[in-house]
Design a binder for this molecule. Structure first.
Ligand code: UGA
Length: 447
């Protein structure tokens, strides 16, 4: 919305949320998300034609186009728990729009939704008692965190699905202010909804595919980066998104693949469901494999050993930790009774503690006494790579932050216990330099 406001100064954009703290943060100098270039984009448009407020009803009344951009997390209860998307918030938005609207509105699904959600949204909107009329469009978002501003400025494509040609045209015209026409695709509603889930499933599948091969590389002395390069040179395959890692994270991949699995089952396609489910299974295997390898390499015990963790975010250039591979790896290492010193350039100590506390909860949903004791005694969050490494037996790299590549490895090595291990879960550290400094080095998918 900030990008639309920035590119179209004549269009008034109101961003509303029921969470007053979040709106206050959007109105402050400290935005609630870290994203390169976002501060500047927001600053250019805020209080000019971009407004953040908690007055949802007023924004509905004033607007001609309404984007529903709420969370659709994986359901944790009832039918489809663990796989289906929780559409509670989408439905609540639709009900509120129906209740408040009087004239004609274009309602745009921006949230990632299961295919055919628009039918439900339309039915709810049509219950409007105030004479409101609606066109429903699907306009999924394809930006990735860390590159969001760049992705929004020059997207590979903008996708708009809908039956109401006039409404589709209207939305296309807005994007058309800065995006070439040939990049604006229009489809029917269901194709648009399904394309979003499919794109994420394909991307996640690529990561799981290369991660699966990384395990085979470790067993055969092949090098996964070399394999990825050789394979990616085939123009039919392409070179992007073939970086082996500790496993994909983020708020979308797992959620969307599981949602796709659920949909396939719902529509009576168990084989298709099982095919996609394997993408998540492989990701869980990769995360577990990495922590297991650390323990095995360090003489089968990390109990009472200090391990420095570099990076906690699910990828670089974001402070987002949702589904970060770092969470389960740190949990595994804490369960093995190691002492962790975690450093991430953007993730707060509060967030790290909150994410790990959630891993040690009992059946009542609160952290167990044993879990709390473990976090109190064995977890420290520090302010630099050097501080995480000092007196540690090992360093493990879990996020590919650029700054990790310019660390002085000689100095770091000198401050550590011997033998000093370096487990690079992102293949970003120069192996030869690490070995020359004295480290025993282990990369993902490396001989
Ligand atoms: C992803 C998609 O890339 C976006 O197109 C989509 O709009 C977004 O989800 C969404 O649905 O909102 P995002 O999760 O922000 O974006 O980040 P990605 O760059 O896709 O990375 C996801 C995870 O895969 C990260 O943990 C990353 O480290 C990992 N990854 C990615 C790899 O391990 N290897 C790769 O080669 C690429």
């Amino acid at each position: 919305m900030a990008m639309i406001a920035k590119q179209c100064p004549d269009i008034e954009v109101s961003v509303v949320d029921v969470n007053a703290d979040r709106i206050a943060a959007w109105n402050s100098d400290r935005l609630p998300v870290y994203e390169p270039g976002l501060d500047e984009t927001v600053r250019q448009a805020r209080d000019r034609n971009l407004f953040f407020s908690t007055d949802v009803d007023e924004a509905i009344r004033r607007s001609t186009i309404i984007f529903i951009s709420v969370n659709t997390p994986t359901k944790t209860f009832g039918v489809g728990a663990g796989r289906a998307a929780n559409l509670e918030f989408v439905e609540k938005c639709a009900r509120q729009i129906a209740e408040v609207s009087t004239g004609h509105k274009i309602v745009v699904e921006k949230s990632t939704l299961p295919v055919r959600t628009a039918a439900a949204v339309k039915r709810i909107l049509d219950t409007s008692g105030n004479g409101g009329s609606f066109a429903v469009l699907s306009n999924p978002e394809f930006l990735a965190e860390g590159t969001a501003v760049r992705d929004l400025l020059a997207p590979d494509r903008v996708l708009i699905g809908g039956e109401d040609i006039e409404a589709v045209e209207r939305l296309a015209t807005i994007y058309g202010r800065w995006i070439p026409d040939e990049r604006i695709l229009t489809t029917n509603l269901w194709s648009s909804e399904l394309s979003k889930l499919t794109a994420n499933a394909f991307l996640a599948q690529r990561v799981s595919s290369i991660n699966a091969i990384s395990a085979l590389c470790e067993a055969t002395e092949a090098d996964v980066d070399e394999v990825a390069q050789a394979v990616g040179r085939d123009s039919r395959i392409g070179s992007k998104f073939l970086k082996a890692s500790v496993g994909f994270g983020g708020s979308c991949f797992q959620k969307d693949v599981l949602n796709l699995v659920y949909l396939c089952e719902h529509f009576g396609l168990p084989e298709v469901a099982a095919y996609w489910d394997q993408v998540v299974t492989m990701n869980n295997f990769q995360k577990g494999r990495f922590s297991k390898r650390i323990v095995e390499t360090m003489f089968n015990t990390v109990s009472d050993k200090q391990i420095g963790v570099w990076g906690f975010a699910f990828k670089k250039d974001t402070n987002d930790t949702r589904e970060s591979a770092a969470i389960s790896i740190c949990r595994d290492l804490l369960r093995e009774r190691s002492r962790l010193k975690i450093y991430d350039p953007q993730v707060s100590e509060r967030q790290i503690r909150q994410d790990l506390a959630a891993q040690f909860c009992g059946s009542d949903g609160s952290i167990t006494d044993a879990g709390q004791a473990l976090l109190d005694q064995n977890l420290e969050v520090v302010n630099s790579c050097a501080a995480a490494a000092e007196q540690s037996h090992a360093i493990t790299v879990l996020t590919e932050w650029d700054e990790f590549q310019s660390v002085n490895l000689d100095r770091v090595f000198a401050s550590m216990q011997r033998p000093a291990f370096l487990f690079d879960g992102r293949n970003v550290i120069n192996r030869d330099a690490a070995v020359a400094s004295g480290f025993e080095f282990h990369g993902i998918g490396k001989p």
